[in-house]
Design a protein around this ligand. Structure first.
Ligand SMILES: NC(=O)c1ccc[n+]([C@@H]2O[C@H](COP(=O)([O-])OP(=O)(O)OC[C@H]3O[C@@H](n4cnc5c(N)ncnc54)[C@H](O)[C@@H]3O)[C@@H](O)[C@H]2O)c1
Length: 401
């Protein structure tokens, strides 16, 4: 069980880009201590341990497997930071050993494995174990403000939302790891790897997605199996409609942004900061707006973004110090609080399952050239579909000829 006297002892599995980041976040957190670094490549774990030691804390043990780490040292929490398609098998091993678990996004790459970890996490919950999935942007103050307004009725009836990730990833990025750009271990391309955070924010804000229709394409990269460009439309449970657009072929690399529009207000978040926020101040204003003849926009609707979040979370404001670390730190604060108090973490495996099903539904829709119900994806109806990039457009061309 968790340490009651000292900080929670964290093991990081996968000492790559994000695993090292988790370790650094733990060093800066008062209630976490990094005690083990696990990597299938010993040199990766060793060099990560060198980095941590150089930060002035005790050197973590290094091992090649999660089982060795669990056998060699006392661990409370295991953070799974290995390639996406390995998340569930490693999380299972940690839960079976009675550890709390943090899983990097995405939950995994296949629905059967994701369903299995959801079942195991529910069982583990009954043994007092917390399992949470990293979605650090749900803790960004700008996104918290937007979600609160959407869920609390501030925006009135939410009618639509748009998520757009217009990023650039070089060919060298895809060539930098064998697992990158593969269906098996990356699980997809610009949506599953890069866009998943913004898709998750749209889903969190607009509510449960019901149906998705999508198209994908591979337009600007070689030697990858997955899409570098995708678009989709989504219908949500409350009737709202959404658009998803993700690409890693937008030179020179622009922003990740999402917008939420409603009958009483709207907001835009751009690269984790508030770009626009407005809620109608009172019912008289709404009444006047709705009865004004031929109105196309509401006069004097001031942008309230600077009143809603601190200046460093507003577009154009000062930079947040150490922004990338701050994101994971905010989510770790939530996870540590859940472990200490026995409460649910802010991002549960069940919530991550819905976001994963939305991404998987996008690929299934693009492959089959038809709309796909998210509940059918969750329940396993499309488990056997092998995704194909650009399949819908190929099918249409074929039909025209
Ligand atoms: N939350 C975020 O913003 C964010 C950012 C980047 C990556 N990620 C996620 O983190 C995960 C890792 O991405 P990355 O960019 O750090 O990849 P990476 O390739 O840099 O690191 C992965 C590491 O895992 C190791 N590994 C492979 N199999 C292993 C095993 N069985 N046991 C232990 N270690 C193993 C590899 O040797 C490698 O060092 C992915 O799922 C990715 O989607 C999340």
């Amino acid at each position: 069980m968790s340490s009651t006297t000292g900080p929670l002892r964290l093991a990081v599995v996968g000492a790559g880009v994000i695993g090292r980041h988790h370790a650094r976040v733990a060093v800066q957190h008062d209630d976490l201590e990094i005690v083990a670094l696990v990597d299938a490549i010993p040199a990766a774990a060793t060099s990560a341990a060198d980095e941590i030691e150089a930060m002035g804390v005790a050197r973590p043990v290094t091992t090649e497997t999660i089982e060795q780490a669990i056998a060699e040292t006392d661990i409370d929490v295991v953070a799974i930071c290995a390639p996406s398609g390995m998340h569930v098998q490693l999380a299972e091993a940690a839960l079976a050993a009675g550890k709390h678990v943090v899983i990097e996004k995405p939950l995994d790459t296949t629905m059967p494995r994701a369903r299995e970890i959801a079942r195991l996490a529910r069982e583990a919950r009954e043994r007092g174990l917390v399992t949470s999935v990293i979605s650090q942007h749900r803790f960004d103050p700008a996104s918290v403000a937007v979600a609160q307004a959407a869920h609390g009725g501030g925006f009135g009836t939410v009618t639509s939302g748009v998520a757009s990730v217009a990023w650039y990833r070089s060919q060298g990025y895809y060539d930098s790891g064998d697992w990158r750009g593969t269906w098996d271990l990356d699980g997809g391309g610009s949506v599953m790897n890069q866009g998943v955070h913004t898709v998750d924010l749209l889903v969190w804000t607009l509510g449960r997605p019901v149906e998705i229709s999508a198209q994908t394409a591979l337009l600007a990269h070689d030697r990858i199996e997955v899409e570098d460009t995708a678009v989709a439309t989504v219908r949500f449970e409350n009737g709202a409609l959404g658009v998803i657009h993700c690409t890693t072929a937008a030179y020179p690399g622009l922003s990740a942004r999402y917008a939420v529009y409603g009958t009483h207000g709207s907001a835009i978040v751009d690269d984790d900061r508030l770009s626009y926020f407005h809620i109608a101040p009172d019912s008289a204003t709404l009444e006047s707006a709705s009865t004004t003849a031929n109105a196309t926009a509401v006069a004097d609707a001031v942008d309230q973004k600077a009143d809603v979040v601190p200046a460093e979370h507003v577009v154009g404001g000062p930079a947040e110090p150490d922004h990338f670390v701050a994101g994971h730190s905010r989510q770790y604060a939530d996870i540590v609080a859940a472990i200490r108090s026995g409460s649910e973490p802010g991002v549960t495996v069940d919530a991550a399952l819905v976001s994963l099903a939305t991404v998987r539904g996008l690929y299934v829709s693009a492959t089959l050239g038809q709309a796909v119900r998210i509940d059918d994806v969750i329940e396993g109806r499309y488990d056997d579909v092998v995704p194909v990039v650009g399949a819908a457009s190929t099918a249409t061309e074929g039909a025209v000829r």
